[in-house]
Design a protein around this ligand. Structure first.
Ligand SMILES: Nc1ncnc2c1ncn2[C@@H]1O[C@H](COP(=O)(O)OP(=O)(O)OP(=O)(O)O)[C@@H](O)[C@H]1O
Ligand SMILES: [Mg+2]
Length: 361
């Protein structure tokens, strides 16, 4: 059993609370991604699990062992560092084989296993070189290979693919996912690339300011962001977030500049606590908006700002006052549109966030 459990774990650096009372249970064999902006505490969380960082509060468990005070070598963990941390004087073969060597694996067996992993990561021809003779992306793959060559109970990855070009990145990520499923190990994977987190992880923990803002399966987090932070972070482009005022009497949401939308389709599920005149944020993903060339009963008047062909789909970015509203169309070529158009929102796909950023419905 290699369940990893963080119980109220905190780590402070002076006045900075890098990890703020985190509770997180990663099941045996589960792949969890820590996703969040720079400085949100991802690396610190990983280093705490590895034992490279001492917690200021809370406890950590691997399986049924309390590892809070155990040194890294007693935790049976393999880690890929953000800065590779290869030994400069050793060949790539010896670097990757190091975890096997310290465990007394015979040389022939070591070479065989290193070669296998290196080939799958497309660095099989570089084994006799030293780290200084490799590109950043090649060093990164060597560092991944070293972590996975020995089958530890828990893998920790800190942005292991960030230096690879788009094509290699997709290949390496598929390799990691296969490997993790084949070996059935527990993995924690840090990234600020949401596509990578969505593709790899069984569950994603979205972090901000040392806290977990939401934990869930990738599509769960995408389909139902629990707060404004997650809503603004997940999705490319992210959800449109439109501040507005509630007019309960007229059953409308009123936007700056006076445009309004009927709350039809939302009304029966509106929270009872919603007050007349309250300021809220209406959230809607770019794929749930239709562009009209004439005004409808409940449409928002906007100006077309730019259009972007993305290959396979296109984006229309429109403007209402200070707000930019993106619309995703599943067509190669953006339509040619007049300057002024109207937006029809599919209200069953909208979210309402309250003043504290909390999801209301
Ligand atoms: N050794 C340290 N001393 C002082 N402050 C630190 C130290 N390590 C991290 N911090 C601070 O703790 C916070 C979290 O840092 P951390 O490295 O965990 O972020 P991160 O999410 O991994 O960011 P990135 O995506 O940029 O790698 C940051 O504000 C950082 O400046
Ligand atoms: Mg980091």
């Amino acid at each position: 059993m290699a369940e990893v459990r963080l119980d109220n774990v905190t780590r402070q650096f002076g006045s900075v609370v890098a990890v703020n009372a985190i509770n997180l249970t990663i099941a045996d064999g589960e792949f969890v991604a820590l996703l969040g902006p720079s400085g949100c505490g991802k690396t610190t969380t990983l280093r705490l699990i590895a034992g490279l960082e001492q917690a200021d509060g809370g406890h950590m468990y691997i399986g049924d062992r309390d590892v809070t005070n155990l040194p890294p070598r007693d935790r049976d963990i393999a880690m890929v560092f953000q800065d590779y941390a290869l030994y400069p004087h050793m060949t790539i073969l010896d670097n990757i084989g190091y975890p096997l060597k310290v465990r007394g694996t015979p040389r022939a067996e070591l070479t065989k296993r290193v070669t296998e992993v290196a080939e799958r990561l497309q660095i099989g021809n570089l084994l006799q070189r030293r780290p200084g003779q490799l590109s950043g992306g090649q060093q990164q793959r060597a560092s991944v290979a070293r972590a996975v060559v020995y089958h530890a109970q828990v893998f920790l990855f800190d942005e292991p693919l960030s230096n690879l070009d788009a094509k290699l990145r997709v290949e390496a990520r598929a390799f990691l996912k296969r490997l993790q499923h084949e070996l059935d190990v527990t993995a924690v994977y840090v990234t600020h690339d949401q596509a990578e987190a969505m593709a790899l992880a069984d569950r994603i923990a979205v972090m901000n300011h040392g806290r977990i803002m939401q934990l869930g399966a990738p599509l769960e987090v995408y389909r139902r962001p629990q707060n404004l932070f997650v809503a603004s972070f997940i999705g490319s482009p992210p959800m449109n977030l439109l501040p507005c005022r509630v007019d309960l009497g007229a059953r409308r949401l009123v936007f700056a500049g006076g445009a309004a939308l009927e709350m039809t389709g939302m009304m029966e599920r509106l929270p009872a606590s919603l007050r007349d005149g309250e300021m809220v944020t209406l959230g809607i993903r770019p794929e749930h908006i239709t562009i009209r060339e004439t005004a409808g009963a409940s449409t928002l008047p906007v100006k077309v700002y730019v259009t972007e062909p993305l290959g396979g789909e296109s984006l229309v970015i429109t403007q209402m006052g200070d707000l930019l509203i993106s619309i995703r169309l599943f067509q190669d070529e953006p339509p040619s549109l007049p300057d002024a158009v109207w937006l029809e929102l599919n209200m069953t796909h909208t979210f309402l966030y309250g003043a504290e950023g909390e999801l209301m419905r």
